[in-house]
Design a protein around this ligand. Structure first.
Ligand SMILES: Cc1ncc(C[n+]2csc(CCOP(=O)(O)OP(=O)(O)O)c2C)c(N)n1
Length: 527
């Protein structure tokens, strides 16, 4: 068998390819992005960067309903965006296997929050697998496709940053396409049309299916007891399993590969075998609360932190109450906060906003760094698209006589993702703020993915780019209130901003300038 050293994300893509998947959709977001970037390199597959995660999940669901094995990828907060179709996809089920990857980010290496998406599996009543290294990332992906088809349900695969972005050795296998569902859309109204009368019946199917999967979980080989010292037993999953093995190599462990639904009988059996049970899990007490509800006495968040990543040392400390007696090698490392690159087109607007003393509602992307000195020019940042909408809330709160001094600042990918509806809302409700789109021609923050403003698809093929002027006109703005300026011409940008703020009408200013890193990257590629 051939071996390769793969990142967890590459292993997920490889697993999907080996499983015969032919469709991949997603929206970039750390730590998930490289899954689709790797998947697109396989010639047999059809892949897209979707406009946002809701769209990705719906496109993916359409493909799975038609019979194609389909991979849908996103970061943890992306599942919030996709949550509407997510819950109902549990009702419709699929035809071809559908695996939804949620890449969670404990410790917030590159995210606006630290949510634990195992809760989504429970809330949406979907099974979820969680690998602990790249080999498992590949194997679990393949298994997820089989489970998906066996039980007619989308299946979650949960990764975390340490799994997605670490490399381990993987045994690779051939792609298998025999025995997969026929790719043909077959009408089935009671399954695919979720009007209340049909959905009511499907809810029963969902509940019965979940019970069947819980029974199946009891014998699933990826839920395994590792015999060991029975003084203490550990129940864990994912990357944390590796930390437990490092901290307590001889202890008995129950490693859960399927983290939802839980195998209750197996858990009871394990807990009866050991004197004291520790549940070691990052973020929420997801296993702990469910296992306590089974009436089993366990220790969990009383010993281990609920925030951030765990580590072998934190686990040792949580169990023994003592700090590991390792030599103190702590050294003072100077802080190195991230900063906008020298030559970044976003610098101009933040320099101006800093001097203008406006209320700046910000958004998510490289440009969020405008919050830090020397610019100190962003006052809010919540989620993708919220710059445009939060500014409207400020305007509503301030009332009719408000001299609008709010400026919403948003990147091009973020504008396409979820800014357009905010713009429509502003036009519809006669709001008056200035919206600035910082168009650097790419999705820079996540590593230069093309988007609907950049005229390119994931494959590198050219495509249409959204026309800001026509969009503005279509939502009801006057052409005079829509302007495009060059990011590197500071006077032009300043003049446009001042003029548009003075107008006290809804205005759209697009500041264009290519991302300096993307420019270099493209130049290299073309050499
Ligand atoms: C719902 C959601 N999906 C994905 C992300 C990851 N993410 C953060 S910013 C961003 C887009 C940044 O691109 P753009 O708006 O063009 O700004 P740039 O970084 O290029 O300045 C993405 C995809 C996220 N934070 N939230």
């Amino acid at each position: 068998m051939e071996k390769m050293v793969l990142f967890g994300n590459e292993a997920i893509a490889r697993g999907a390819w080996e499983a015969g998947a032919t469709v991949g959709t997603g929206y970039p977001g750390t730590p998930s992005t490289e899954i689709l970037e790797s998947f697109v390199t396989y010639p047999e597959v059809s892949t897209e960067w979707s406009v946002n995660e809701k769209v990705a999940l719906e496109v993916g669901l359409g493909a799975a309903m038609t019979g194609a094995r389909t991979l849908v990828t996103m970061k943890h907060v992306g599942v919030n965006v996709a949550s509407d179709p997510l819950f109902t996809s549990a009702y419709t089920g699929i035809k071809g296997g559908m695996v939804i990857v949620t890449a969670d980010d404990p410790e917030l290496h590159s995210s606006q929050n630290e949510q634990d998406n195992r809760n989504y599996a429970r809330a949406a009543k979907l099974p979820m697998l969680e690998p602990g290294d790249s080999q498992e990332a590949k194997d679990f992906t393949k298994m997820a496709f089989s489970i998906s088809e066996q039980f007619d349900t989308p299946v979650f695969l949960r990764s975390t940053t340490r799994i997605s972005h670490s490399q381990t050795i993987v045994n690779v296998e051939d792609r298998v396409t025999e025995g997969l569902p026929e790719v043909k859309f077959v009408k089935n109204l009671k399954k695919f049309v979720m009007i209340p009368a049909f959905a009511r019946a499907r809810h029963h199917v969902v509940e019965e299916r979940l019970l069947k999967i819980a029974e199946y979980a009891e014998t699933l080989e990826i839920n395994r007891i590792e015999e060991g010292d029975t003084k203490r037993g550990f129940i864990t999953s994912g990357i944390v399993y590796n930390y437990v093995k490092e901290a307590f190599p001889d202890a008995a462990v129950l490693k859960l590969g399927m983290v939802h639904p839980l195998p209750e009988k197996l858990i009871r059996k394990f807990c009866e075998q050991v004197d004291e049970v520790f549940i070691v899990e990052e973020l929420d007490p997801f296993f702990e609360l469910q296992i306590k509800a089974m009436g089993i006495e366990v220790k969990g968040k009383a010993c281990f932190p609920i925030t951030g990543e765990l580590s072998p040392d934190l686990i040792t400390q949580g169990v023994t109450g003592e700090k590991p007696g390792k030599p103190d090698i702590a050294i003072e490392v100077p802080p190195r906060p991230p900063a906008l690159c020298p030559g970044c087109p976003h610098r101009t607007v933040f320099t101006l906003l800093h001097d203008m003393d406006m209320i700046v509602t910000g958004d998510i992307g490289c440009y969020t760094l405008g919050v830090l000195p020397p610019f100190s020019a962003i006052d809010t940042c919540v989620d993708m698209g919220a710059s445009i909408t939060v500014s409207q809330g400020i305007e509503m709160a301030m009332g009719k006589d408000f001299k609008n001094d709010t400026v919403a600042v948003i990147g091009d990918s973020t504008f396409a993702h979820s800014g357009i509806t905010g713009l429509l809302n502003a036009a519809y409700n006669k709001r008056t703020s200035l919206i600035i789109v910082l168009d650097n021609g790419t999705t820079a923050m996540t590593g230069m993915q093309p988007n609907p403003l950049s005229g390119e698809m994931i494959s590198g093929e050219s495509t249409v780019a959204l026309d800001y002027v026509k969009l503005g006109e279509a939502v009801g703005m006057s052409t005079n209130d829509i302007k495009m300026v060059n990011a590197f011409k500071k006077e032009e940008v300043e003049e446009a901003m001042k003029e548009m703020i003075a107008a006290q009408r809804l205005s759209l200013l697009v500041i264009k300038g290519p991302c300096i890193l993307d420019k270099k990257h493209k130049k290299k590629k073309n050499q």
